[in-house]
Write a protein of this length. Structure first.
Length: 691
């Protein structure tokens, strides 16, 4: 495993080196003005960050902290049951402040049933549109619009609740320009009332791609008394931490991995966001000017770092498992962790540059790239930015300073014994079920019918055994032999019951008394499994490859290659069975109990007209006719051919009536006629029947 990872990292480095050298030949110098602009943007942003940290610039919507829902990657949903509310009067007001940082879909919900994900009423902000439910329904309609591109990104939302009329009055004011966007429009309440019902609360939902800030969430009585209030300030809300578990806030099952929520003292600063935007624009300009050369350079740096990371992780694993010097182990772990995190940052930076270059190229493309493609590239860029931020955060997080991705599995030095205890319990003599099930399966495969027909159910709803004493005796025999299944196989196939003929003979009384042969007065007839039919046909044609072992083969090769059927893949999805085997009840990879047995017209067609049958008949005709031609005279050849064909295909001599029919058919001495007779034998019931 180590060698493979190391070789892969070396190969990636070689490719990156070649790409960098090629780009160097065609690259242009980056203008000094762009480099100076980037340096200034970096310095300005660093100064703004310092001023926010010192409290000189406010980075929150209100007070010193705001709640951030970041769904750049994934989805973040927060719920509160409003447990402290004791009443819901006419004119109760719900209000909060919203700042849209990334304009995608965000909504506030009055929850109908939190566990079932049902909504009674909601207000949604989605790329310029504000929507809600019509009163008395769950039909969405537009109630207003905002222009994010012109700075309308900060709003005060107000819902006045009227339970008796079963509606709310929705108002939305843009704080950025002090304009009323929505004024007392009736929207749905749908019998929402959280009092005494923890499933009916409120919910914030930031859908994938969105990022918002929230603050000053209040539920006010008609007399303007605060019934519930969240300002997300210190105690119990800590800067940089999530609010889950504080004052009734909980996560939702609708979350998608990657989404996050946290309290922040800096994310809402317009000055800080402006300086960050200028920094990103400056970086984008430099990347655009550098073109593929910068991307190739960053890719080369990332590949070098990844090779060093792999080398360090290998050393750490080797030191850890050698377990000689604890100080050397600690040093190796620290080095592996540091280099892996450095490599992750460089890789994220390279991916970000690549995404940015692709977006810039698409914007100036002629003809212009369609809007949905630009949107997809923008999302890809946002994802790359988020990954870089995550990698940088991990790089500076002291809690994970000694953690790295192991290359070798770690097993506990001492077993808990739980698996052994389970195995001993399953195979304990006081629990005969395991042995009975095993015996029933083995018996079914030798005698073509199980002792208990409901092989998947030995409970009260299952069938009773046809021979309960025999089932228990064999179960005891299996356990007494130390669970030796070879002993059980030998016992069954050497038994008098197994040696019986499957022919009905003249035992008419037995046929009347026990037509289903439950008393085993004769051997059951079986039917070849799909794999046996295929292998038998290929073996008769002299082409079966009996080589042992080897890699798995695909089903679409089953009729063009001649390995044994056991080497062809079986899986539940489309294409998991070959077309030929599927006609003859191929195994079901989701059911290991008992193979189904069906007889359908398509089976006869397959055993007559398929290419594999024609090839087998042709090969057998040549082989048998060559033997007959040398050993018999002209008049005896057809007779000899018929007897040899029956012996080879059906494993028995022909009956007199069969000989007469075949001689009439072979009156015209022709290879095609003989092949046709052989195809008829391959389609004979005795070919697919095991007696």
């Amino acid at each position: 495993m180590f060698e493979k990872l190391f070789a892969e990292a070396q190969n990636n480095l070689q490719k990156a080196q070649t790409a960098f050298e090629n780009s160097s030949k065609t690259s242009k110098a980056i203008p000094k003005t762009l480099l100076d602009g980037l340096k200034k943007a970096e310095d300005d942003h660093a100064r703004m960050v310092a001023e926010v940290a010192k409290g000189k610039i406010s980075g929150a919507l209100s007070g010193s902290q705001s709640l951030i829902l970041d769904s750049t990657l994934g989805r973040r949903v927060l719920y509160n049951s409003l447990a402290s509310m004791k009443s819901l009067e006419e004119g109760t007001r719900i209000e909060f402040t919203l700042m849209i940082l990334t304009d995608a879909h965000f909504n506030f919900q009055l929850v109908k049933d939190h566990a079932k994900g049902l909504t009674a009423g909601y207000v949604a902000f989605d790329k310029g549109s504000i929507a809600a439910y019509k009163p008395g329904s769950f039909t969405e309609f537009n109630v207003g619009a905002y222009d994010f591109t012109k700075g309308q990104n900060k709003f005060r939302i107000q819902l006045d609740v009227y339970p008796k009329a079963d509606h709310c009055l929705l108002s939305v004011r843009s704080l950025s320009d002090d304009k009323v966007i929505v004024s007392s429009i009736k929207v749905a309440l749908n019998s929402w009332n959280p009092v005494g019902n923890p499933a009916k609360g409120i919910l914030f939902d930031a859908r994938p791609g969105s990022k918002v800030a929230l603050d000053d969430l209040h539920v006010l009585s008609p007399q303007q008394i605060k019934l519930v209030s969240f300002d997300f300030e210190q105690s119990p809300f800590a800067n940089g931490k999530d609010i889950i578990g504080a004052l009734g806030w909980e996560s939702s099952q609708m979350n998608i991995a990657g989404g996050k929520s946290f309290v922040s003292s800096s994310e809402c600063s317009a000055v800080l966001q402006n300086s960050l935007a200028k920094l990103e624009n400056a970086r984008s300009d430099v990347r655009k000017a550098a073109g593929g050369h910068l991307g190739a350079q960053l890719e080369l740096e990332a590949a070098k770092a990844e090779l060093k990371s792999v080398e360090a992780r290998i050393r750490a694993d080797e030191e850890k498992f050698a377990a000689k010097d604890q100080q050397r182990i600690n040093n190796a772990i620290l080095e592996a962790s540091t280099l892996e995190k450095n490599a992750a940052v460089l890789r994220a930076d390279a991916d970000l540059a690549k995404a940015d270059i692709l977006l810039q190229e698409a914007k100036v493309k002629n003809p212009p790239t369609v809007a949905k493609d630009l949107d997809a590239l923008s999302k890809k860029l946002a994802t790359a930015k988020a990954k870089l931020e995550k990698a940088q955060a991990s790089q500076s997080d002291l809690k994970v300073a000694t953690q790295y991705t192991l290359l070798s599995p770690i097993f506990p030095e001492k077993s808990t014994g739980r698996r052994k205890a389970l195995a001993l319990w399953i195979t304990d003599r006081s629990n005969p079920l395991t042995a009975r099930v095993a015996v029933n399966h083995i018996w079914a495969r030798h005698f073509h019918n199980p002792l208990v027909s409901s092989v998947a159910d030995f409970g009260r709803n299952g069938k009773t055994p046809t021979h309960p004493e025999l089932l228990d005796w064999l179960a005891n025999e299996l356990m007494d032999s130390g669970w030796n299944m070879k002993h059980l196989h030998r016992l069954m196939v050497t038994s008098q019951a197994y040696k019986q003929t499957s022919a009905f003979a003249d035992n008419t009384q037995a046929q009347v008394l026990d037509p289903e042969n439950q008393l085993l007065w004769r051997m059951n007839t079986g039917r070849m499994e799909a794999e046996v039919i295929r292998d038998s046909i290929i073996q008769l044609s002299g082409r079966l490859n009996q080589q042992m072992k080897g890699q798995e083969l695909e089903n679409d090769q089953a009729l063009s290659t001649f390995r044994r059927s056991i080497y062809y893949s079986i899986y539940p999805e489309e294409g998991g069975k070959s077309k030929f085997a599927e006609l003859f009840d191929a195994p079901d990879s989701l059911d290991c109990y008992r193979r189904t047995r069906t007889i359908i017209p398509q089976q006869a067609l397959a055993l007559t007209n398929s290419e594999i049958i024609h090839q087998a008949a042709s090969s057998m005709e040549k082989e048998i006719w060559a033997q007959v031609f040398e050993a018999t005279s002209h008049d005896e050849r057809n007779d000899a051919f018929i007897h040899r064909a029956f012996k080879k295909v059906l494993g028995r001599s022909p009956l007199p009536a069969e000989v007469a029919t075949c001689k009439t058919y072979l009156a015209k001495p022709d290879p095609g006629t003989r092949e046709s007779m052989l195809r008829a034998l391959l389609n004979h019931n005795d070919f697919v029947t095991i007696r």
